[in-house]
Design a protein around this ligand. Structure first.
Ligand code: UD1
Length: 417
């Protein structure tokens, strides 16, 4: 089994290039199923989750070719609307093909993705949207099976601004008859990227980035070339890496407007932040000041940055409080951070973090993707060696993370066994 080994104590310094967004690429790859024409995606990160989505598209009959950071997807031969459990279990986000399959075939049968380390993650909002558009949905036998004789645009109110449900409904509605309005839609930058991609294909969507999205059905969609937006969570991870190591790092290929909630919190802890063309420079300062934060849908503080921020606050001078409102069980990294000497108490969705001047390297396990990132960050600060197991989780979402951190001066390597 592979492990990542980090030796703490180096101040990171230099420039790092952020890859394309994982969470933007995944729905956009699914959207390629909406057309029989070829689509070309640039700035696609080379990570495991994207490889699983490639497998998903191939399973459905698409042609997928990778050339560097470009993916060429040919949906002309797609002939299946069914996804087995072996694939949905590999990656929950494979459910994002449902909306596109419903739109293209009026049918989709996708195995229930099941829960995951951070929560139960139901699909009720996706299903509600499909039903509103005219689908009959049966989810009683381990599969979500949707069928429609025709898709009719409707007004759909989401009880919670779910990212995946908003994306799936956008894709299901893009060729429906009439107008679909999604209210209380997710406002994440990835939703805007999906809208831009779909509109280039010929869709008529507006409002993404706001709480109400309006989709006017069109009869056909064509092939397009698209540059995926930069990954704001990867960027945020490097920004925290600079802050925790008292470093001076420029994260390049960043959309500053996507980073505001992260920038605001890093300023509060005392880091110096400067926007420079296409990048953000973070100079880490000690002492790290304690802060309180609550995860929220965009434009609030992202749940995908909560573990990394907790690692930083574990080294603050004082007590911080984190409230996790998006997922019910996203504190799995707390036990691992405690192994490194962190003083963190959890009460339900609240974590109380008493900052400590020192953390100590230890053997720890990545319990999920962002938890793994948090342990690497804690390792950059800790005395001695931190050995992180379950690296598969990290490889799902970070492209060449050791190489990138090493280029900034970190002592980090991967060992087998
Ligand atoms: C996406 C991101 C993930 C991020 C999350 C929240 C991708 C591939 N993944 O996940 O990295 O952490 O947004 O920003 O883009 N919910 C329901 N019913 C539903 C759907 C969701 O109750 O039908 C709940 C979930 O259980 C969770 C909350 O809504 O508590 C947020 O989930 P959602 O926004 O849907 O996250 P994902 O799209 O799965």
């Amino acid at each position: 089994m592979e492990r990542i080994v980090v030796r703490g104590g180096t101040r990171l310094n230099g420039t790092v290039r952020v890859s394309g967004s994982k969470n933007s690429t995944l729905p956009i790859m699914a959207a390629c199923l909406l057309t029989s024409k070829e689509c070309i995606l640039h700035q696609v990160p080379d990570i495991d989750d994207i490889r699983v989505m490639e497998e998903v598209l191939v399973k459905l009959g698409a042609g997928v070719k990778r050339e560097g950071d470009t993916l060429i997807i040919d949906g002309g031969s797609v002939d299946s609307w069914e996804l087995p459990e072996s694939l949905t279990r590999k990656m929950r986000a494979s459910n994002l093909v449902m909306g596109a399959l419903i739109s293209r075939f009026r049918s989709a049968r996708v195995a229930y993705p099941g829960g995951c380390a951070i929560g139960s993650r139901p699909m009720d909002l996706h299903i509600k949207g499909f039903k509103e558009l005219g689908c009959e949905v049966d989810d009683s036998r381990g599969y979500i099976e949707a069928r429609a004789s025709r898709l009719q645009g409707r007004e759909i109110l989401l009880d919670f601004p779910s990212v995946g449900a908003t994306e799936n409904i956008m894709m299901a509605a893009v060729k429906a008859e009439g107008v679909t309005i999604i209210r209380n839609a997710a406002r994440e930058p990835e939703i805007v990227d999906l809208q831009n991609f779909l509109n280039r294909m010929g869709a008529r969507i507006r409002g993404a980035g706001l709480a109400t999205i309006r989709i006017e059905g069109v009869s056909s969609l064509g092939g397009v070339t698209h540059d995926v937006i930069p990954d704001r969570i990867e960027a945020g991870t490097f920004m925290v890496a600079s802050a925790i190591s008292q470093g001076d790092v420029v994260a390049e290929n960043v959309v500053a407007g996507h980073m505001e909630p992260i920038i605001a919190k890093l300023k509060e802890v005392g880091a110096k932040i400067m926007k420079c063309n296409g990048g953000i420079r973070v100079i880490g300062k000690r002492p790290v000041r304690p802060v309180d934060l609550k995860t929220l849908p965009f434009p609030g503080f992202p749940t995908d940055m909560q573990p990394q921020m907790m690692a930083l606050l574990a080294t603050a001078e004082g007590t911080s409080v984190i409230v996790e409102t998006v997922f019910e069980n996203r504190f799995m990294h707390v036990d691992e951070l405690r192994r490194m000497g962190a003083d963190i108490k959890v009460e339900g969705r609240v974590a109380i973090i008493r900052g400590k001047p020192k953390l100590a390297g230890a053997a720890v396990e990545a319990t999920d993707l962002r938890a793994g990132a948090a342990l690497i960050l804690a390792g950059l600060y800790a005395e001695g060696e931190t050995i992180i197991g379950n690296t598969d989780h990290i490889d799902r979402g970070y492209e060449s993370i050791e190489d990138k951190l090493r280029s900034l001066g970190a002592t980090i390597s991967r060992v087998d066994g």
